[in-house]
Design a protein around this ligand. Sequence first.
Ligand code: AMP
Length: 457
Amino acid sequence: MTKKVKNKKRGRPFTRKKKAKRGRPSKPRRPRFAKIKIQAPKGTHDILPEEQKYWDKIRRVVSQVFTNYGFDRIDTPIFEDVRLYIKGTGQTTDIVQKEMYTFKTKGGEHFALRPEFTPGIVRAYIEHGMKNLPQPVKLYSIGPLFRHDRPQAGRFRQFHQFNWEIIGDGSAVGDVQVIQVFINILKKLDLKKFTFYINSIGCPLCVPNYKRALANYYRQYINKICPDCRRRVKENPLRLLDCKKERCKNLAKESPQILDFLCEECRNHFKEVLELLDELEIPYILNPQMVRGLDYYTRTVFELWEEKEDFRQGALMGGGRYDNLVEMFKGKPTPAVGAAAGIERIINSFKKQDVKISEKEKPRVFIVQLGELGKRKGLKLFEDLQKRRIEVGEAFSKPSIKSQLKIADKQGVEIALILGQKEALENNIIIRDMASGAQEVVSLEKVVNEVKKRLRK
Ligand code: AMP
């Protein structure tokens, strides 16, 4: 069925299949893997072993600080009904219009990989009747998100955030605690050089007047603004202030300011937030152009940037108040405020600011064993030491005592516990002080306490 023909370009013979007969499906071609370079999808990245120390440190600090501030951890699914984001994040936002990864299942369901945490958490708050818990409910999450953005420095298609929400508190204290908790995390992470921007974007009572004024202002320059902004004038005037194009940015500087349009309640709320920040000595810059990209925000919005702003990369953290989202999802009206920080960007700051991250706890004790019985007893001892929170190392796959002691030495442990064949049979063990080389035989039952005693010295 195949015939040899000459490949004109290279002069090499290759085989070409005859046209398949009508009505009979041809065999699918095998992909030629030799020619395909298999690599991580564009905009994603591997977190290699040498990077893990940064991730461990952030996870440790995040869970410690949130726990201290009374937040509980919540994990929601990585994919949700696409309507959750269309309704919550907003039909006209970049996330929904351009960046969501959506897919249909064989059963016809339409899902989206989560592009942000808040809608899923609010859904869970309603679905699990958390309104019946003492309010406010304080929740934090940590995990991957997906946005089909143009990949560049600090901007990925799969990236990671930690995210925190205070649901059921409409007071200025809620806003400030959401900010304060992050400032504390930065302090614990030894990150120092940053700038915090804040603004208020009002509520459904006052914002329509402002949107009208803004749209009227931009209409005067309709031929000068970019095509995206021309669309925004009609669809979502607030987003005009967000445009990164130089010609539009210059117009934004001269545009009407939201703070002049706030209703009395919004003005008082914002005043209180700023006063509390002053009291806590959290420095801020008022930025009336900052509106944030999501539809659900009301009143306070904020972002935290590195001191030397990297506009390509974007902010380290962003958030705000969203007093209408719970009700939009058919929950009872419940005010809420929250924020999210990008882990990749924080790690980038670590590197730029040359923050030293300690390696994971090094073992102080090493188990050396010989023979089947020695290995079995060594395995049990390993567990016993771990349970008593003693960092312990092993090299059970190495057969000789000499090679195991070499590894122990390399790891800089203080004590080696040697289970030779004789010791294993007699239920004893040798404790070797690695610095002096002094050895002592003790009974296996007493070894954990003996090790604890020696490490305390
Ligand atoms: P947002 O949900 O857009 O307010 O983003 C909150 C934080 O997540 C930002 O301040 C960034 O630190 C981080 N972030 C957002 N988008 C990306 C992305 N594409 N790649 C990496 N980090 C991101």
